[in-house]
Design a protein around this ligand. Structure first.
Ligand SMILES: [Zn+2]
Length: 345
């Protein structure tokens, strides 16, 4: 099987400008997709300053460099451009430049890793700034996650062996012959089967949904006996959808790891951060009374009322961070845990 013999350094250099351009487009998506007004959601509109509506010139749209050149301010009105803009461009640039080191270049898992990383960068920032995880991003990702397994069914011969730096042999799906080993690849889960992908999709949405239903049922049963306000299930939450597509991408096991690590990060990182940042304005969702009726959000709102939190936790941000941990260290953590069980037994 002929590997392309291009140095990863050269691939990184070639991919860098694409990463910066994707990052620039990501900023447009982060700003426009969570908007309620359909005219503001329109992606065909030219970039403009959100403050003075002035059209942004071609040169002032240049990723990172324009922000540095303008010292973080709009050229027309002096509006402070959030640091988020260069950060998103830098992160997406890094995602693409590091990709040939992390995933075998030209394989399906390479494409999968880039799409997943790009989606996580966008969802992290829409959740952080607006508490919204847009459906327009998440529904296509669910379908895409499952369709990544289709070549296994229709083109089983596309399964190819890849040698990792540690000498292991893994099977990955390749588009074509353009495959080459990646230095860090041994950290990853091997190819996700269509069964694992479907199970991840169903469990990702269905698991938390069932948990919420049971919680509502039990709570209302108690309320009916001792008195108090009954609650209703808040369906269609972005977090469930995020778990669903992550499950479709990486399988059921890693999805559960993401949920566990995400919840732990939210508890040990999110709560202290939230207490520390009391001055931050309340997100839109907590300002609407409706949020109090939804139990998952209601737990946060209870903390909020008790003065423990001053804002809702954007759980999608913690799920995004957890995915990074699991994709890089999931196998190591899991094997370590199994080892611990064997050792304890
Ligand atoms: Zn302006």
């Amino acid at each position: 099987m002929p590997f392309v013999d291009i140095s990863p350094w050269i691939l990184s250099l070639l991919l860098a400008p694409f990463g910066l351009i994707l990052g620039s487009f990501g900023n447009v998506l982060i700003h426009r997709l969570p908007q309620e007004d359909p005219a503001e959601r329109n992606l065909n509109k030219a970039s403009h300053c959100p403050s003075c509506k002035m059209r942004i010139s071609r040169w002032h749209n240049l990723p990172i460099f324009a922000w540095l050149w303008l010292r973080g301010r709009c050229a027309a009105c002096g509006w402070r451009i959030p640091v988020r803009y260069p950060v998103v461009e830098l992160l997406t640039g890094l995602l693409l430049t590091t990709s040939p080191w992390i995933f075998p270049f030209g394989s399906l898992i390479w494409l999968k890793g880039i799409i997943c990383g790009y989606a996580l960068i966008m969802l992290f920032f829409t959740d952080l700034t607006t508490m919204i995880l847009p459906d327009v991003i998440q529904f296509p990702l669910m379908a895409l996650g499952v369709s990544f397994t289709l070549p296994q069914i229709f083109y089983p011969e596309a399964l190819m062996k890849v040698w990792t730096s540690s000498g292991d042999i893994l099977q990955v799906l390749a588009f074509h012959n353009g495959l080459q080993p990646a230095a860090a690849y041994h950290h990853f889960e091997p190819t996700v089967t269509w069964q694992q992908s479907l199970a991840g999709l169903i469990m990702g949405y269905g698991g938390p949904w069932a948990f919420e239903r049971i919680y509502v049922f039990v709570r209302n049963a108690i309320v009916a006996n001792i008195g108090g306000r009954s609650i209703e299930a808040g369906m269609g939450m972005g977090d469930f959808k995020m778990l669903a597509w992550l499950g479709a991408f990486w399988g059921c096991g890693p999805m559960l790891q993401i949920l566990g690590i995400g919840a732990a990060l939210g508890l040990f990182l999110g709560v202290p951060l939230s207490i520390a940042s009391r001055a931050i304005k309340l997100p839109r969702v907590c300002r609407t009374l409706n949020a109090w009726k939804k139990p998952m959000q209601g737990v946060y709102c209870w903390w909020f009322r008790a003065g423990i939190l001053n804002q809702m936790l954007p759980f999608g941000c913690f799920l995004a961070l957890a995915t990074l941990v699991v994709v890089f260290f999931g196998r190591t953590l899991w094997l370590g845990y199994l080892g611990h069980l064997v050792w304890a037994g």
